[in-house]
Design a protein around this ligand. Structure first.
Ligand code: SF4
Length: 137
């Protein structure tokens, strides 16, 4: 199997129950679409867990960052269990401790504060992508 070294796989948890899960998905999309579109790829975590072999090869082919909403770390656990250990894990609830003035309330329409938090999380993911690829931005 070929190991792809110039791209990083970013796997977000699919949390619907907590604002942190929504933030992990939005932050991941920001990285994929805006911050590092040429350096990142993703998979659908539910499909991955449902058993597609193509999806499960993912973390064996790409170095992978799991992005989790909370300490249950569903993306990390699922990726490790079914494909390969993520190279790095970003946990939104941990990052939030650095920004106590930014509060989360909604799971649907993110407030201005939640959007700011999503950007902070996205920046941390992007920095980790750069570190994994050995690039300085
Ligand atoms: S990591 Fe937390 S927010 Fe994400 S799916 Fe699991 S329980 Fe939900």
């Amino acid at each position: 199997m070929t190991i792809v070294k110039d791209k990083v796989g970013v796997v977000s948890c699919s949390g619907e129950d907590l604002p942190e899960g929504t933030i992990s998905r939005i932050a991941t999309r920001l990285v994929l679409e805006k911050l590092r579109p040429h350096d990142t790829v993703t998979i659908c975590l539910p499909l991955f867990l449902a058993g597609s072999e193509d999806e499960r090869a993912f973390a064996r082919v790409f170095p992978t960052i799991a992005v989790d909403g909370c300490d249950k770390r569903c993306a990390e656990v699922g990726t490790k269990e079914y494909s390969g250990k993520p190279v790095a894990v970003i946990v939104v609830s941990e990052i939030m401790k650095k920004y106590p003035h930014l509060k989360t309330k909604s799971r649907d329409n993110l407030s201005a504060e939640e959007k700011k938090l999503a950007i902070k999380v996205a920046e941390e993911i992007a920095a980790k992508v750069d570190e994994i690829l050995g690039r300085k931005k």
